[in-house]
Design a protein around this ligand. Structure first.
Ligand code: FES
Length: 105
């Protein structure tokens, strides 16, 4: 498991995400209140960037067609998306956000 430094917590926007690319993974990382979440950045409907979506409580709304996804589970909550997106583990250490991701073999 690789631990990738993303950014200081203070640099995260409220209400949208940061896009991070790690190898073949494109990840959208969100800060909502005191919580940090990381989802696959490609909407399961038509691959729009979820990092560009708006967050509402613990959901993010896809900027293209408006499907909502749970930030905690990646589950698609509203149409037109029906499939979940991946979730990733995150960790905050000394004010910096790290993404924990499976290393590619
Ligand atoms: S691309 Fe996200 S809802 Fe269509």
């Amino acid at each position: 498991m690789a631990r990738i430094e993303i950014a200081p917590v203070a640099d995260f926007p409220e209400g949208s995400g940061l896009r991070v690319e790690v190898g073949e993974h494109r990840v959208a990382v969100f800060k909502v209140g005191e919580s940090i979440y990381a989802l696959g950045d490609r909407c399961s409907h038509a691959e729009a960037s979820l990092a560009e979506g708006e967050t509402f409580d613990d959901e993010v709304e896809c900027p293209r067609h408006g499907a909502a996804f749970s930030l905690a589970t990646g589950k698609a909550l509203t149409l037109p998306a029906t499939e979940a997106v991946a979730t990733y583990d995150v960790e905050v250490d000394d004010g910096t956000v790290y993404l924990k991701i499976e290393e590619e073999s």
